[in-house]
Design a protein around this ligand. Structure first.
Ligand code: ASP
Length: 436
């Protein structure tokens, strides 16, 4: 069986096992021994440990991979004057796709009206955290200490440092070329580490999902079914419809191929609910299986994992309308535009870890003049939606990366079209960084 199928099978098995354990653990008639065995040894013991080790190993690779990949990319592009246009195009697409995402969410939520029949309970309690001022956010993108940036995993700071280093390498003559070749070797080795981890992914994915679903059960969906399925429908429409449309119209490439190649990445995104932890897999897939050259992927994917969160924006759009409906507040046209702007910015500021989209939702609600405590209404199903929206977030990163690479002729179409492609031809590596 192929690795992709094994990972997908592990995903389904994890969900089923977890849901079954949830039933067993919450039904009265099961003997105490069985409860202890399942609850403490399997769920709280084995699954928990394997899942946490799996996520830790994924995170372990993020900083080294982003560093070397961006340095290689920037050093190969540094003297071609394409860095600026690539950065502008990428940012433009990321913002555009997010604005489309939240607009779709508002449109659907307004028509479906998921909040119109919900009774408002009075004991809502949600304390929003205070957002830092915009000036601090901007200054914080520039690192004063690269080692601290790496130690803290500050992705934007790492991106700035790696771009600068890569650019300098490309302008440093002979010494620069030597260093570039070192980083290319390093990249191949770190990619190998990602490959090793992917081979173990079925166990990690199974453990994470089995643990999560035995704790959660899927009963929570029923209470908030209208909200849950509205978010889900818009997420699917955006991932399958809008991205396909954009890919086809801007690059002429087949969306079906892109979506098929994204399947294992979805399993990682779904089970970890973190675009950050999924980053190594997204990057590897986009480079090795879709043929995007690392001069583009090395920049677009880490940046996308950090600032491009269309799925999160969709949840925030639907949630805003839902909360307004529950509270019986009519949203004006001005409020809709505010939501589009703030949700786009909030998703930029959402960290690529589980559950943060719900925190930045407070910002959107405040701007739209809605009660922030309304967040308490949707917390119950947020983890499940987080898994799906993270899969959408990473699909957006990959789609934009392919569109930008294609338009910059930094892509090997043969690799994209080849269903079995897993290895970028050596020839492409040689074109870019001159050998010493
Ligand atoms: N979990 C999401 C991600 O990492 C962020 C969020 O929406 O909470 O992409």
């Amino acid at each position: 069986m192929s690795l992709t199928n094994r990972i997908l099978l592990a995903m389904v098995a994890g969900i089923l096992t977890g849901s079954l354990f949830n039933l067993i653990l919450h039904s009265g008639g099961v003997p105490g021994m069985a409860q202890t065995l399942i609850g403490e040894y399997l769920v709280g013991g084995l699954f928990d440990v394997v899942g946490r080790i799996f996520v830790a190993s994924l995170k372990l690779l993020v900083v080294p991979l982003v560093m070397v990949s961006l340095i290689c990319g920037a050093s190969s592009l540094g003297d071609s004057a394409r860095m600026g246009p690539i950065a502008m195009k990428t940012l433009g697409f990321y913002l555009l796709t997010t604005a489309i995402a939240v607009s779709l969410a508002l449109l659907f939520a307004t028509f479906i009206a998921p909040g119109s029949n919900v009774n408002l309970s009075t004991d809502l309690n949600y304390q929003p955290s205070v957002a830092p001022p915009l000036t601090d956010v901007l200054v914080d993108i520039f690192p004063s200490n690269p080692i601290r940036a790496m130690a803290d995993g500050k992705m934007l700071q790492i991106i700035v440092f790696a771009l600068l280093l890569g650019y300098a390498i490309s302008h440093a003559g002979e010494q620069g070329r030597r260093l570039a070749s070192f980083f290319r070797d390093m990249e191949a080795v770190v990619m190998k580490m990602v490959e090793i981890l992917m081979a173990l992914a079925p166990y990690g994915v199974f453990a994470l999902l089995a643990r999560l679903f035995s704790d959660m059960g899927i009963g929570a969906i029923m209470d908030l079914a209208a909200y849950f399925f509205t978010v889900l429908a818009v997420l699917l429409l955006h991932a399958l419809g809008i991205y396909s449309l954009l890919l086809k119209s801007f690059s002429g490439l087949s969306p079906r191929i892109l979506l098929t190649k994204m399947r294992p990445v979805w399993a990682f995104a779904f089970s970890t609910a973190s675009s950050g932890a999924t980053l190594p897999i997204t990057l590897r897939t986009v480079e090795k299986r879709m043929g995007v050259h690392n001069s583009v992927a090395g920049f677009t994917i880490p940046l996308g994992a950090t600032i491009n969160m269309d799925g999160t924006a969709i949840m925030q759009g639907v949630a805003t309308v839902f909360i307004a409906q529950v509270y019986g507040i009519d949203l004006s046209m001005g409020a809709f535009i505010t939501v589009i702007l703030t949700a786009t910015l909030a998703s930029v500021g959402t960290a690529a870890v589980p559950g943060v989209g719900l925190i930045t939702l407070a910002l959107v609600l405040e701007q739209a003049g809605l009660p922030v405590e309304g967040i308490a209404l949707i917390i119950g199903v947020d983890r499940l939606l987080d898994m799906v929206r993270t899969a959408v977030n990473v699909t957006g990163d990959a789609t934009v990366s392919v569109i930008v690479a294609r338009s910059e002729k930094q892509m090997d179409e043969g690799v994209f079209l080849d269903p079995k492609a897993d290895q970028r031809p050596d020839r492409m590596e040689e074109d870019v960084v001159p050998t010493v």
